[in-house]
Design a binder for this molecule. Structure first.
Ligand SMILES: NC(=O)c1ccc[n+]([C@@H]2O[C@H](COP(=O)([O-])OP(=O)(O)OC[C@H]3O[C@@H](n4cnc5c(N)ncnc54)[C@H](OP(=O)(O)O)[C@@H]3O)[C@@H](O)[C@H]2O)c1
Length: 250
């Protein structure tokens, strides 16, 4: 098992890509710490991981609250162990026309997707990875970091920021033997996209833009995460890996 004996922390682990990534890392042998705001959702992921025979603990943490992040990292280290792998998957989107974007929606999206993600990297980096001179971080970005998607000004800005934060951290922390990469999926069916993809017009727009003519699956995104955290990817850092059926080639 490639990740046997490693401890992975996954944010947004109660559903969608965070859940799929956490379960995939557990299958690869890792023990898991799960974060999200809704404990009942985390418990479902956690129980699945315990059934795989791995250790797992879950904590209600809001990545918008930087004090909470710091304390939750301290607690996870005390109760579970030092963190080898961090996967940042917590994220939100509130589609709005550019003319109608509210300050509140902008702040919610950018604070969660970009600011929260950065301070999770900082807390885990400073407390657990830098002192031990090792670690791997994966940020779940999006094709929206690279191409424009309508009605998603704040979301696209946040994901463009995630790509740049990934590169800067990879550059700064290479000297601590910490690799930092991002995975940039196209649309995937999760609770996040359920409503959007139920609209036939929007679904056609999506399909028209994916050369492979299908959505990505949660398992395909988790497989990219699994590769990038593994020693098979030991020379890869600062990369933003598209998992997008070709959306961003044209
Ligand atoms: N699905 C797609 O098509 C797609 C495509 C490209 C990129 N992505 C990215 O993939 C990531 C995961 O999305 P998903 O599709 O898996 O959506 P999802 O199922 O809604 O998962 C997002 C998770 O983040 C958690 N979360 C939200 N705000 C949080 C906060 N302030 N603090 C802690 N946790 C928080 C949510 O749980 P709680 O509400 O319980 O906290 C939820 O479990 C996001 O960053 C998204 O931008 C998704």
């Amino acid at each position: 098992m490639a990740l046997s004996g490693k401890i992975a922390l996954v944010t947004g682990a109660g559903s969608g890509l965070g859940k799929a990534s956490a379960i995939r890392l557990a299958r690869d042998g890792a023990d898991l710490i799960l974060w999200g705001r809704t404990e009942s959702k985390l418990a479902q992921t956690g129980e699945e991981i315990l059934r795989l025979g791995r250790r797992c603990k879950w904590y209600s943490v809001d990545v918008n609250k930087t004090d909470e992040i710091q304390e939750a990292v301290r607690r996870a280290r005390r109760e579970f162990g030092e963190i080898d792998i961090l996967v940042n998957s917590a994220g939100v989107n509130i589609p709005q026309r550019a003319e109608e974007v509210t300050v509140e929606a902008w702040d919610t999206i950018v604070d969660t997707n970009l600011k929260g993600l950065f301070f999770c990297c900082q807390a885990v980096g400073v407390q657990s990875m830098i002192p031990r001179r090792k670690g791997v971080i994966i940020n779940i970005s999006s094709q929206a970091g690279k191409v424009a998607l309508p009605y998603r000004a704040a979301y696209c800005a946040s994901k463009g920021g995630v790509d740049q934060v990934t590169r800067v951290l990879a550059y700064e922390w290479a000297r601590f033997n910490i690799r930092v990469n991002a995975v940039a999926p196209t649309f995937v069916e999760t609770p996040f996209t359920e409503k959007m993809l139920a609209d036939p017009e929007f679904r056609n727009f999506v399909m028209d833009n994916i050369p492979l003519k299908r959505l990505a699956t949660q398992d395909e995104v988790a497989a990219a995460v699994s590769f990038l955290v593994s020693d098979e990817a030991s020379i890869i850092t600062g990369a933003v890996l598209p998992v997008d059926g070709g959306w961003t080639i044209h």
